[in-house]
Ligand binder design. Structure first.
Ligand code: 5GP
Ligand code: MN
Length: 341
């Protein structure tokens, strides 16, 4: 039915591992987004419908805008309840790693997870996974882990265990990782999946509103200010947005307020590379990059900001104040300028 086919042998192994599992933990990357939370919550719901003891454990809290997602309030978060998170990981005999390709991406959970003797199943769509595991379902050509999970559930005969709530989780992951089906979204499979999810009773129009209509007066002012101050370089082909911790404070910043900001310069036809640097504290700058076409922001983030991601959407960090991060950035731009078209 789908263009994407998961090797039936892998599907069989997932089923085998599940048969003997007594206690299952599902985890996803730190700063979980719609795809990470959507796929994790949906899988948890299906596993419970199969009669399994399953929980989602994350390193840190889901963003406010995604707390409406069914199941997200039940997630065990290590920053909030570290003992509970450790306990669940310690007793788990099967671990699902969703939407990440490197144990570093689970941040404070990585030690406990590395120590765990649980069998591991990775379901992910990031390039070049470096996680040791028993079953690896890694498909970078699929636009979201949620869509990939749906195909796995379908092949395993478990799509029928999705209800309206877990279907909404899958849809949200697909929607957020494709910018509302604006990019990475030409695969007809996606619309077969959306069709199935609509049949499960999801209200896709309302899901869009719940995820995106979360602005406040101060967040709109902050974004307006940042856009006004954006610098364009490399002959207008690169855009740089930065916000210092003082500016964030002046605009009453709260987590999630700058979601989507880095995409905006790409609406200018000439801009191929957009960078956003946010000084979360005086010694930590969160770096986000987006691109159009062949410009590989994952390479820049990997090589210069200890991060990674996808070719057109990546992130990383700079340890130091924003002013240093900006001078460092100016130094490294020439290394990549020739990759701009
Ligand atoms: P965002 O810019 O929205 O924070 O992240 C965009 C994408 O870049 C994420 O989906 C993720 O794949 C990747 N990413 C963001 N931050 C990091 C990071 O610190 N390390 C790595 N390896 N990838 C990141
Ligand atoms: Mn994803």
């Amino acid at each position: 039915r789908f263009n994407t086919v998961i090797d039936p042998e892998l599907v069989e192994r997932v089923k085998q591992l599940l048969l003997c599992a007594r206690s299952i933990v599902i985890t996803c990357h730190v700063s979980p987004d719609g795809d990470a939370l959507g796929s994790s919550s949906a899988l948890c719901s299906v596993l419970r419908a199969l009669g399994k003891d399953a929980s989602v454990v994350t390193a840190d809290c889901p963003p406010k805008a995604l707390q409406f997602l069914p199941g997200v309030r039940d997630i065990v978060t290590s920053t909030r309840t570290p003992e509970k998170a450790q306990e669940l990981i310690a007793k788990a005999d099967l671990l699902f790693c969703l939407d990440f390709n490197d144990m570093k991406r689970v941040d404070r959970l990585s030690e406990a997870l590395e120590k765990s003797a649980a069998r591991r199943i990775v379901i992910d769509h990031h390039l070049a996974p470096v996680i040791s595991c028993d079953v690896l379902i890694s498909r970078p050509e699929v636009s979201s882990t949620s869509a990939l999970l749906y195909i796995l559930l379908w092949q395993a005969g478990w799509a029928r265990y999705l209800n309206r709530s877990s279907a909404a989780c899958i849809y949200t992951g697909m929607m957020t990782d494709t910018g509302n089906f604006a990019y990475n979204s030409n695969d007809p499979d996606l619309y077969l999946i959306v069709h199935d999810l609509l049949r499960k009773g999801i209200d896709k129009d309302n899901l869009y509103k719940l995820v995106h209509n979360n602005a406040s007066q101060s967040s709109i002012r902050l974004n307006g200010y940042a856009q006004y101050r954006t610098e364009y370089m490399c002959g207008g082909r690169m855009a740089l947005i930065s916000l210092s911790s003082d500016e964030l404070r002046d605009f009453d910043y709260s987590k999630g307020d700058t979601e989507g900001l880095v995409n905006i310069p790409l609406t200018i036809p000439e801009v191929q590379w957009s960078i956003f640097m946010r000084e979360d504290s005086k010694d930590l700058v969160k770096v986000s990059m987006r691109s159009k076409g062949v410009f590989p922001v994952n390479l820049v983030c990997e090589e210069k900001f200890g991060g990674g991601g996808h070719i057109n959407a990546s992130g990383g960090e700079y340890h130091g104040p924003l002013t240093d991060a900006l001078s460092y950035l100016l130094q490294i731009i020439p290394d990549y300028e020739s990759l701009l078209e």
